[in-house]
Design a protein around this ligand. Sequence first.
Ligand SMILES: *[C@@H]1O[C@H](CO)[C@@H](O)[C@H](O)[C@H]1NC(C)=O
Length: 141
Amino acid sequence: MANLKEFFLPLLLTVLIFYSLAFDVVSEDRMFIYYHIHITNDLPSNSILVLHCKSKNRDLGQTSLSLRQDFTFKTEINAWRTTLFFCHVTWDVKQRYFEGFRATRDEYRCKKLQHSCMWSVRGDGIYFSNDNSTWTNEYPW
Ligand SMILES: *[C@@H]1O[C@H](CO)[C@@H](O)[C@H](O)[C@H]1NC(C)=O
């Protein structure tokens, strides 16, 4: 009986450890997927778009985009799916924050075109597309 215990418990532990490692491998697979976020200046009358995106841990710095220019960054989704990038946009007299990437919102909808989330900053708001052809105004000014 003692032998069985000595044999069975370590075996059980080994199986449990093996399983948890196997599941970690699965979740790490998802973590190696990079999402590409594109933000394009589609403002009227050649307005310069000033853009500044950051997450809790990464500051992507401030950039200025001229007409049709685009800014791209990539990110993985963390194990807790809390990945979140805020972007601040300014042009002429308008400015606002929008969520450039939020894991729980974008993980599935941005899978359509090679893990790309596309934003087009226009005169009446900030438009989103996951296929680069249909656009919806998700952040009206
Ligand atoms: C979206 O389409 C435009 C115009 O055809 C193209 O220039 C751009 O590279 C495309 N963006 C992506 C992320 O595929």
